[in-house]
Design a protein around this ligand. Structure first.
Ligand SMILES: C[S@@+](CC[C@H](N)C(=O)[O-])C[C@H]1O[C@@H](n2cnc3c(N)ncnc32)[C@H](O)[C@@H]1O
Length: 222
């Protein structure tokens, strides 16, 4: 590892990981990430970020690169709620369940088997492992073409939205935290009541509005 414990070792040329992690948690309730499976975890910097914020959940990180996993293991040696596994996500077969499966930066490089195939197969696996949500990020085709790098893969947000919509009606494309990257969030719970078609976290608001209206009408009349 030429740069050692440094974002450049992971292919990041700027120190923006915390921006990505913060964006990844936006819209997720704390009970939706009580346990995390981190695909392409690198040094486990997501875990560091979460612990700094007081997160007490269980974390499993996997990565292809043995040196990264060894270094991650050393950095987090005192953290009894964490585990680092050296594996290709495609081959990861251990029985595992988590609330949230997340992949930050894992799809950035071009891969021989074709990136959309890799993305589809990895999301399939992340979805099977997770019970609450799956979150991934991508370099975006909204970036300026002349600034793109040949060895990197840029995904079209519309393609990713279409892929996510196969899993759930409750999906979010977040393209508002960095100019050339975006994230997709896919929730398992996409139920709603026909009487107030809002997803579970928002259903209480619909109920509150009805109660507020009833109170107002009973005070003022129709
Ligand atoms: C850009 S780095 C991001 C690391 C980390 N998620 C972060 O936020 O700093 C992408 C990581 O994904 C890992 N990766 C890529 N393909 C993978 C695969 N098929 N299975 C496991 N890890 C993979 C790479 O080894 C690399 O460490």
């Amino acid at each position: 590892m030429e740069y050692g414990y440094d974002p450049r070792t992971l292919g990041w040329n700027k120190d923006c990981q915390w921006v990505r992690y913060d964006a990844a948690l936006e819209g997720l309730r704390s009970d939706e990430f009580g346990s995390i499976f981190d695909v392409g975890c690198g040094f486990g910097d997501l875990l560091m970020f979460l612990r700094c914020r007081g997160w007490k959940g269980e974390y499993v990180g996997i990565d292809l690169v043995p040196e990264l996993i060894e270094q991650a293991g050393r950095l987090h040696a005192q953290d009894t709620g964490s585990e680092f596994v050296c594996a290709d996500v495609a081959q990861f077969s251990r029985e595992h369940r988590c609330d949230l499966a997340i992949a930050i930066g894992a799809f950035n490089h071009r891969v021989a088997q074709g990136n959309l195939k890799f993305i589809r197969e990895t999301i399939e696996k992340m979805w099977a492992i997770s019970s609450r949500a799956t979150v991934c990020d991508f370099l975006s085709t909204f970036s300026e073409p002349q600034k793109r790098e040949q060895h990197l893969y840029y995904a079209a947000p519309t393609d990713i939205l279409a892929l996510a919509a196969r899993y759930s009606r409750r999906v979010m494309i977040h393209h508002a935290y960095m100019p050339f990257e975006f994230q997709v969030k896919i929730w398992h719970d996409d139920q709603f009541a026909v009487s107030a078609p809002a997803f579970t976290p928002y259903a209480g608001l619909a109920q509150k509005q009805s109660e507020w209206r009833d109170t107002l009408v009973s005070k003022k009349g129709r």
